[in-house]
Design a protein around this ligand. Structure first.
Ligand code: ADP
Length: 263
């Protein structure tokens, strides 16, 4: 193929032995990146070899969530990804000056993602996570083209309005012909120390997305878990520590561990 001559082959093409999860959400702020970082950490803690591509190019947050501030090194034309908490990771944030906004259009975004796939020395991975940007834009489509074996994980809050947008993001999989591995509800009800239940974002959104996708895709799409609102999850994220490792007995980590088991 003339076009790809001289370029390294895509290690995550149709024949790959790596299980790939692309994590999607309908909108921002639902905890998609937090969930992605923690699932990756959970699998790494179980002894799997795990990679993570931060494809949320405009709103990257993975380096902060995993406490990485070093730039990737290069060797023989390849990029060596930093390793944090047992996860090899790459993010556009590692190539930019702090606070510099990313004002790129589709083709550049596609090219950046392509480089993350082919120019990074991933080695043999058991699992690769892709933190997609929210919604159904250019990157989600590029990711599907570059990583055809990827399975989609859809993150939503329990709120009905949020669930509707999340279901739409999940339905992108019909166009890209990717399977949906399941739905994860985040920011679900938390139990306060006095025993009262605080359901800030209502309830039922995760179940709703799973039902809608089951119907739209004509195949069962299950709700893999419901992760409660948990200040510990927020604080650990701010500190660059996956809660799965820092506070494995916290309510959020317990729920996320069930998702790891379900996958
Ligand atoms: P997204 O990737 O969907 O934009 P983030 O993962 O960046 O969302 O999360 C947004 C904010 O919400 C972060 O400050 C994060 O720490 C916090 N957060 C995510 N999930 C929870 C949760 N279950 N409980 C408390 N805070 C959460």
């Amino acid at each position: 193929d003339q076009l790809t001559a001289g370029r390294p082959a895509n290690p995550f093409g149709p024949e790959t032995l790596t299980r790939i999860f692309a994590v999607a959400s309908g909108k921002g702020g639902v905890g998609k990146s937090t969930v992605t970082a923690n699932l990756a950490a959970g699998f790494a803690a179980r002894g799997y070899s795990v990679g993570l591509i931060d494809a949320d190019i405009h709103g990257f947050s993975i380096p902060g969530l995993l406490g990485v501030d070093q730039a990737p090194t290069r060797m023989e034309g390849m990029i060596l990804p930093p390793v944090a908490h047992g996860i090899k990771l790459i993010s556009i944030g590692m190539f930019l000056d702090t606070d510099q906004p990313v004002a790129w259009r589709g083709p550049m975004l596609h090219r950046a993602l392509e480089q993350f796939v082919t120019d990074v020395y991933w080695g043999d991975l058991d699992l690769l996570f892709i933190d997609l940007p929210p919604g159904t834009g250019d990157i989600a489509i590029s990711a599907a083209q570059l990583l055809p074996p990827a399975e989609l994980l859809v993150v939503t809050t329990p709120q009905h309005a949020a669930a509707q947008v999340a279901a739409r993001a999940g339905q992108l999989s019909t166009q890209t012909q990717q399977p949906v591995a399941g739905v994860i509800e985040n920011m679900a009800a938390m139990t306060l120390p006095d025993g009262t239940v605080l359901d800030l974002f209502g309830s039922g959104g995760g179940q709703q997305v799973s039902e809608r996708l089951t119907e739209a895709l004509e195949t069962p799409v299950s709700l893999l878990g419901s992760v409660p609102l948990d200040p510990v999850l927020r604080a650990d994220g701010d500190a660059g520590e996956p809660t799965m490792l820092a506070h494995p007995d916290s309510p959020a980590a317990t729920a996320l561990d069930q998702v790891v088991t379900a996958l």
